[in-house]
Structures are given as structure tokens and as C-alpha cells.
Design a protein around this ligand. Structure first.
Ligand code: UD1
Length: 416
């Protein structure tokens, strides 16, 4: 296994290009199961989860090619089983359920199982697909879905689930009749998927609001599409620039989609200047404390909670972080404490008291964004921080050490 070694304490200076969004690309790749013709995707990040998705598409009967940041997908002969060894490494595999049921009337997908940030069931996906006519049974660790064609339905989600909304968007695009999704997720990645489906001939409207209308069409055609930039990757580099007191330009930064994050960092006295599609981040004074509550979009994203916590550790006055999306998403707390942070946990809240400095240490995290927060903290900590189990980071950050080195950080990879 590899680790990331950071010699902290250097303000970041320079430019970072934001990569394509992982969380937009994953559902978009599963939507490539739907059309008859070839799909060409640009701005696809080269990440472990993307390679896993391409392997899944291959197993499901697609031909794929990945060159630079371009992916092409052509369906040959659709298969209906998503095996355990792929689904266990990437929960988003469950997004093949909607397309397969809609096209083949059958899907057998390994049940994702527990994951480091909580139970994360898929009950809302299944309940909604049932309303469209699917039936499910659970056997030998697999969710086995069957239907005799999917029919449009009026579905109200109990919670605005991102993956659930995406699964239903794909299924309803080629179902018979109209589907209405209420209390749908409004996340930009859901919108990007809807735009991509429309580019292939789907009839979706209202995406980006909590009521989405989908008029089913008999078939979709191939298309070319550019995946949106990654708002969470951008936010992570923003946090890294802020915590080190640096000056960094984020190129191709999705500022509008980062609104809640930008306003928190502005409240922390970080200077932010939008320059077309770039964002200048500068911090010269001390960081000021703020309180943060994670919410579904357009609220503050849970995927940025750990990184802003790292910044709050060094902010005057600290702050309280409330995690409202996942029940167990504070695994970075004890690791940040190892770097000298003062954080107390109480249920779903973390009370952060600002300290004067952090000191490097070996740390380990068990999920992607927790690992990102340790890198952010390590960049500001005095001395050497070893972030173990870097494979979590490789799931979500393209060329992380090249990008950080490019803005003056001392960062490298070593064998554990
Ligand atoms: C997606 C993102 C993830 C992000 C999350 C919330 C991808 C690949 N992942 O995950 O990075 O943190 O949105 O913004 O895009 N839930 C249920 N039953 C369900 C579905 C969800 O109880 O059937 C619960 C989950 O356990 C969780 C909450 O709802 O507590 C949010 O889940 P959801 O919005 O579905 O997130 P994901 O699509 O899994």
C-alpha cells in the first residue's frame, strides 16, 4: 500500500486546473447503458472509481475506451448481473439498476453492504422502482429485480437521495409514459446527468428543482458530452489554499455550484474573486471561525465537511459542525486530533476550538473526503505528515500530488 508524505507549512501559490467531476461522471457512465449508438464523453477524470465503472460496463456488455480524459462507450450485448467484487469497491455500481431494469426487464446487482460513512441503504431506490412496476427479492447477497416493462409513476422521495434520483432519471427516460419525481435531489451532478440524458434524446424538465418531469421515450441515441468540473475537488484545493495562507487560482472552477462553500470561506475571511471560469483564492489575515451544517444541495455539501473542519482547527474562535446527511461521518476527527487539533464530538456535532498550530504525524483515514481533510491539515502542519492508505484519495482526486506540487507543496508518494 502507498502513503502520501507531506512536509507542511508552505503557503500554496500558483494555478490548479479542476478536473472533471467524479460524482457526475459515475452516473453518466451508467447512463451509457441506455442508448443504441456510441457515446463520447470529455473531461472524465482518471480515477480508480472511473476505471471500476468502465470494468462494470464491460461486464455488462459494453465496449469502452479511455484515452486521456475521453471515454467512448458502445453497447454490444447487454448483460444483467453486476457482481459483488465490483459493487463492494464502489457503491455507485447500484446505478446500473435503473437502466438494466428499463431495457432488459431484469437486473441482478450485488447489495452494496456497509460502508465507512454509515449504513447507506438503497431502499429509496428500490421503493421508487417498485412504483414503476419492478419487483425485488434479496438472495445470496444480490438484489434481484424484475419487471415487465417499467411504467411512468408519480414518486415522492422520503429524502432527496442523490443516487436514488439518478437511478430513477435513467429508468424513467425510457419507461412508458410520464414520471414525476418529487422531493428529488437538486445536486449539480443530478442536473449534469439529466442534461446528458437530454443530449441523448430524453425528455426531462425541472432538473435542478425538487420536482422533475420525465416523459419516457422508446429509445435514446448516442451523444457527445463534457462532464462538469468537480465542485468538491475545487473546494478541497480552496481549503488547501486557505489553510496554508496561500494564493491560488482554480481554473475551470464551478463557482455557482460551490455557492454555499464559497460563502462559508468568505465568512472565514478568505478572499475569493471570480474571474470568468477561474476563482482566485487568497488568505492573508487569520482565519475566522464559523459554524457549518451540512444539507442537501443547495446547502453546504457533506463532501466538504471534513475539509472545512481541517481549516476550522486553525481558525480563531473555531466553530460547530453539524452533519445532517450521514450518521457516521466524523472518522477524520480523531486523526485531526493526532495532529494537535482540539475537537469534541457530541452525537452528530463536532465542536472545534481553534489552536495556534498543528504538528505533523502519521494519520490514517477510512474514507475519501476524510483522507482529503488530512491532506489539507498536513499542508498546514509543521513537520512531516504521513497520510496512510492513499488508495482512498485515488478514488476521488486526479493527480493529487502533481497538482499540489505544482502550487509549491512538498508532497510525495511512498510505499507504506
Ligand atoms: C452521493 C455522492 C456522495 C455524497 C452524497 C450526499 C456519488 C457517487 N456519491 O451519494 O459523495 O456524499 O451523494 O451528497 O454521487 N439513503 C437511504 N436510502 C437510500 C438512499 C440514501 O437511507 O435508498 C440515505 C443515505 O444512507 C444517506 C443519505 O440518504 O444517509 C444520503 O444519501 P444519497 O443522497 O443517496 O447519497 P449517495 O447517492 O449515496
Amino acid at each position: 500500500m502507498e502513503k502520501l508524505v507531506i512536509e507542511g507549512g508552505r503557503p500554496l501559490q500558483g494555478k490548479v486546473r479542476v478536473s472533471g467531476s467524479k460524482n457526475a461522471a459515475l452516473p453518466i457512465l451508467m447512463a451509457c447503458l441506455l442508448p443504441g449508438g456510441e457515446v463520447r464523453l470529455r473531461n472524465v477524470p482518471r480515477l480508480r472509481d472511473i476505471h471500476t465503472s468502465l470494468r462494470l460496463l464491460n461486464i455488462l456488455g459494453c465496449e469502452t475506451e479511455f484515452s486521456g480524459n475521453e471515454v467512448t462507450v458502445q453497447v454490444r450485448e447487454l448483460k444483467t448481473e453486476a457482481p459483488y467484487d465490483l459493487v463492494k469497491t464502489m457503491r455507485a455500481s447500484v446505478l446500473c439498476m435503473g437502466p438494466l431494469l428499463a431495457l432488459k426487464g431484469e437486473a441482478k446487482v450485488s447489495l452494496p453492504g456497509g460502508c465507512a460513512i454509515g449504513a447507506r441503504p438503497v431502499d429509496l431506490h428500490l421503493k421508487a422502482l417498485e412504483q414503476m412496476g419492478a419487483q425485488f427479492e434479496l438472495s445470496s447477497g444480490y438484489i434481484h429485480g424484475r419487471c415487465n416493462g417499467l411504467r411512468g409513476a408519480h414518486i415522492t422521495f422520503d429524502f432527496p437521495t442523490v443516487g436514488g434520483t439518478e437511478n430513477l432519471l435513467m429508468a424513467a427516460s425510457v419507461a412508458e409514459g410520464e414520471t414525476i419525481l418529487e422531493n428529488a435531489a437538486r445536486e449539480p451532478e443530478v442536473q449534469d446527468l439529466a442534461e446528458f440524458l437530454n443530449a441523448m434524446g430524453a425528455k426531462i424538465s425541472g432538473h435542478g428543482t425538487s420536482v422533475i418531469h420525465i416523459q419516457g421515450v422508446p429509445r435514446l441515441h448516442g451523444a457527445e458530452y463534457r462532464v462538469m468540473p468537480d465542485r468538491i475537488e475545487a473546494g478541497t484545493y480552496l481549503a488547501a489554499a486557505a489553510i496554508t495562507g496561500g494564493e491560488v487560482v482554480l481554473e475551470d472552477c464551478p463557482c455557482r455550484e460551490l455557492d454555499a462553500v464559497l460563502s462559508k470561506f468568505r465568512n472565514m475571511d478568505v478572499e475569493l474573486e471570480e474571474r470568468g471560469s477561474d476563482l482566485l483564492v487568497r488568505r492573508s489575515g487569520t482565519l475566522r471561525g464559523v459554524d457549518v451544517t451540512t444539507q442537501p444541495y443547495p446547502g453546504f455539501p457533506t463532501d466538504m465537511q471534513a475539509q472545512i473542519m481541517a481549516c476550522l482547527c486553525l481558525a480563531e474562535g473555531g466553530g460547530v459542525i453539524e452533519e445532517k446527511i450521514f450518521e457516521n461521518r466524523f472518522m477524520h476527527v480523531l486523526e485531526l486530533v493526532r495532529l494537535g487539533a482540539d475537537i469534541r464530538l457530541k452525537g452528530r456535532s463536532a465542536m472545534v476550538r481553534g489552536v495556534r498550530s498543528l504538528v505533523g504525524a502519521p494519520v490514517m483515514a477510512s474514507d475519501l473526503r476524510a483522507s482529503a481533510s488530512l491532506v489539507v491539515a498536513g499542508l498546514a502542519a509543521r513537520g512531516r505528515t504521513d497520510v496512510l492508505r492513499i488508495y482512498h484519495l485515488d478514488r476521488g482526486y486526479e493527480n493529487i500530488e502533481e497538482k499540489l506540487t505544482g502550487v509549491g507543496a512538498r508532497v510525495w508518494r511512498e510505499e507504506e
